[in-house]
Design a protein around this ligand. Structure first.
Ligand code: DGL
Length: 256
């Protein structure tokens, strides 16, 4: 069982930002990554549809023998993790906008959250945000239009820069000192985001925290791969293989 791979899925290439942190922290683990790019963006879909897609990805990863699944997508986590944990007997690690650390370190008492509509409108996000709204001004912003551009590999295209300016500049008026990236696609935009928000606003993305949590859960369940042989990383996509290869530097990518 311990040699079995860790499974990850996302609506596309975004979750590779999590995959990179996981393979850095756990260099001997085998992994399987599903990029459901054909169905991106998840963030514009109703919750039932997101749950149905998460089920499909989960079953594919389980059929390939995964020992643990990382839902490398905030939208799928916030909409589907409760359902998945209830119905499948395998550990799940999820990712959701990191309000807690931003709240802990904020000095201005205002933080920004850039996430998909599907995440911001989910019950799980609403519940977490509610815990902090009494002491914190949370400026929520949907990142509509960003994911399709990132999926097309246009990381610094004028359209991206224009959208980021529209979404982020108003947040600065609220004197935010932290910006939470609530979508695993967005870390790829950090260079452009920094140009807009400057150095006084800290960017919080949870990739490293997810990797740490994965290690802890594997450890707790005696699932860590103790072999120190070179691991195998398999990538599957129902979208553009060339772009996925560019984001992962892995050239063996299979269509599904
Ligand atoms: N990468 C995703 C997330 O973290 C999904 C974005 C989308 O497909 O809309 O939310």
């Amino acid at each position: 069982m311990n040699k079995q791979p860790i499974g990850l899925f996302d609506s596309g290439i975004g979750g590779t930002s999590i995959w990179k942190e996981v393979v850095t922290l756990l260099p001997y683990e085998n992994t399987i990554y599903i990029a459901d790019s054909k169905n991106a963006p998840y963030g514009e879909k109703p919750s039932e549809k997101i749950i149905a897609l998460a089920i499909k990805n989960t079953e594919l990863l389980i059929s390939k023998g995964c020992k643990l699944i990382i839902i490398a997508c905030n939208t799928a986590t916030t909409n589907a993790i409760d359902y998945l944990r209830k119905h499948y007997n395998i550990p799940f690690i999820g990712i959701e906008p990191a309000i807690k650390p931003a709240a802990l370190y904020s000095k201005t008492g205002a933080i920004g959250i850039l996430a998909t509509k599907g995440t911001l409108s989910s019950k799980l996000f609403e519940k977490t945000a509610k815990e902090y709204t009494s002491k914190l001004n949370i400026i929520e912003q949907e990142g509509s239009g960003l994911v399709p551009l990132i999926e097309a590999g246009k990381l610094n295209a004028p359209e991206i820069i224009q959208l980021l300016e529209t979404y982020l500049k108003p947040m600065l008026k609220f004197n935010i000192d932290h910006l939470v990236l609530g979508c695993t696609h967005y870390p790829y935009l950090i260079p452009e985001i920094k140009k807009i928000i400057g150095s006084n606003v800290n960017i919080i993305d949870s990739g490293k925290a997810v990797a740490k949590q994965t290690k802890a859960v594997l450890n707790k369940n005696n699932l860590l791969n103790t072999n120190s042989t070179a691991p195998t990383h398999l990538f599957y996509t129902n979208g553009n293989k060339t772009i996925l290869a560019k984001f992962t530097q892995v050239n063996t990518i299979t269509s599904f």
